[in-house]
Design a protein around this ligand. Structure first.
Ligand SMILES: [Ca+2]
Ligand SMILES: [Ca+2]
Length: 124
């Protein structure tokens, strides 16, 4: 098969796919993986405290559950897809927020640095 023909075949296949098939779960999986990575990086850098990580992981798990439910009947409808994307968008924003808020754990002792500082001040 030459290149042009292969491209044409691809194009025809893409058009022939029903609308629901465009709701490729692959995108959701990819985003889930990306978000997991962002959470991990935040944990490593200390911009996310362990509590923040826990909360974000819970959101990730929620999206996973939504996805499993949506795929349970073998077909992800556009409505289900929209719901998943919405949940992921919310999680994504949340990760960004938590990374840039005042709670962090740069010394990686599992404690929020701010509250430690406050405690130190009280102790001295
Ligand atoms: Ca934070
Ligand atoms: Ca700390």
């Amino acid at each position: 098969m030459n290149f042009k023909l292969a491209l044409a075949t691809l194009a025809v296949t893409a058009i022939a796919l029903p609308a629901v098939a465009q709701t490729s779960p692959g995108n959701i999986d990819q985003r889930q993986a990306n978000q997991e990575l962002r959470i991990q990086k935040g944990e490593q850098s200390g911009t996310l405290t362990s509590q923040e990580v826990q909360k974000l992981e819970k959101r990730e798990a929620h999206v996973d559950t939504l996805q499993t439910k949506a795929q349970a009947d073998g077909m992800v409808t556009q409505k289900e897809q929209a719901r998943l994307v919405h949940a992921q968008n919310k999680t994504s924003r949340r990760i960004a927020d938590q990374k840039h808020d005042r709670q962090h754990d740069f010394d990686h002792d599992g404690k929020n640095d701010r509250s430690e500082r406050r405690q130190n001040r009280r102790n001295h």
